[in-house]
Design a binder for this molecule. Structure first.
Ligand code: NAP
Length: 303
């Protein structure tokens, strides 16, 4: 039976540590850490994600300084809002919730965020810092995967890792982080031929393809560690009658892969909670740096 890479449990432990760091630094800093989650439009999934992030902030003592703008807000006004948050001394982290409404290009708006307040680690400068191994806020989802692997004691040095997906949000930074941990990394994408042959070579397989239940038993080497980043809401099964509810699933066919794997992350309760945790870590670390506070209690979470 595979070890469960339990993101909910680890996220709760990280939150306790963050609470302690925030409480210890509050007097010296003279203000709590501040995170601004900026939401534009009414994407329903984003509404749930933003609410989860705001609840997590309030649990550990981060002030929520976010804004919710109408879907029709012109790009110049969104940019002006980002610039106000950049200049606001109470704000340590800014997150622009994606996706944006059609018509708003995310590139220039992400680029407008002060790199030192980039709570999501997606600014070009911060991706460059990751590439060069320089300190800086890291992309939350792959950083969360690294924390899950470290907590489970998964050895990466010298192991073969395969990342399925090459997005800037997940796949690319994931591959860089695994490489920095001395794994030998391959990246698969939609043009990869014979995906199963490649993924079967993996000691550590991270799946971020955004394709529900893409990866099954035929893709996994027995004894591999499998991390499922994908998250999808499936419509209710009409066969289950009128009371049937929608279900969440990942990119991995959990029931097929779990019996083969040494360790596996579930969906929900795996990578999702870790993404939120790393957002909080980025914000608290930025607050510590701004006020000359000791962030070493969180050093093991920094990649
Ligand atoms: P994305 O931007 O759509 O990228 C998907 C990547 O997977 C692309 O590089 C694509 O290749 C590749 N791909 C698609 N189909 C494939 C196939 N059949 N075989 C191999 N590779 C394939 O998605 P994303 O933003 O990286 O997100 C991936 C998944 O993670 C989504 O389900 C998303 O909802 C989830 N996610 C979860 C969290 C969390 O906190 N749990 C956070 C972020 C994302 P090409 O480059 O060739 O198109």
């Amino acid at each position: 039976m595979a070890t469960l890479l339990d993101g909910r449990r680890l996220a709760a432990r990280i939150e306790q540590r963050l609470q302690t760091v925030v409480a210890a630094g509050l007097e010296a800093a003279g203000r709590p850490p501040g995170l601004a989650v900026l939401r534009v439009g009414e994407d329903p999934a984003s509404g749930v994600y933003v609410a989860n992030k705001e609840k997590a902030c309030s649990r550990i003592g981060i002030r929520n300084l976010g804004a919710h703008l109408a879907a029709t807000t012109p790009a110049a006004d969104v940019q002006a809002c980002i610039e106000r948050l950049n200049a606001d001394p109470a704000v340590d982290g800014i997150l622009l919730q994606l996706p944006l409404p059609t018509g708003l290009a995310e590139g220039p708006l992400l680029a407008a965020i002060d790199p030192d307040k980039d709570a999501d680690g997606l600014h070009t400068l911060n991706l460059g810092r990751l590439l060069k191994g320089e300190p800086g806020p890291r992309s939350c989802t792959p950083a969360g995967v690294m924390a899950l692997l470290a907590d489970a004691g998964v050895e990466l040095a010298g192991r073969r890792a395969v990342v399925v997906g090459r997005s800037i949000l997940v796949g690319q930074p994931m591959a860089l982080m695994l490489q920095a941990a001395n794994a030998t990394v391959s990246v698969a994408h939609s043009r990869t031929t014979d995906l199963a042959a490649l993924t079967r070579s993996a000691d550590v397989l991270v799946v971020a393809a955004g394709r529900p239940r893409l990866v099954g038993a035929e893709h996994v080497k027995p004894g591999a560690v499998v991390v499922d980043v994908g998250i999808h809401r499936l419509d209710p099964d009409p066969g289950e009658g009128p009371g049937a509810r929608s279900r969440l699933c990942g990119d991995v066919r959990y029931e097929e892969v779990e019996p083969l794997a040494a360790a596996i992350s579930p969906v929900p309760g795996g990578v999702g909670p870790m993404t939120v945790s790393m957002l909080l870590v980025n914000t608290v670390v930025a607050w510590c740096r701004r006020h000359g506070l000791d962030a070493t209690p969180l050093a093991d979470l920094l990649i």
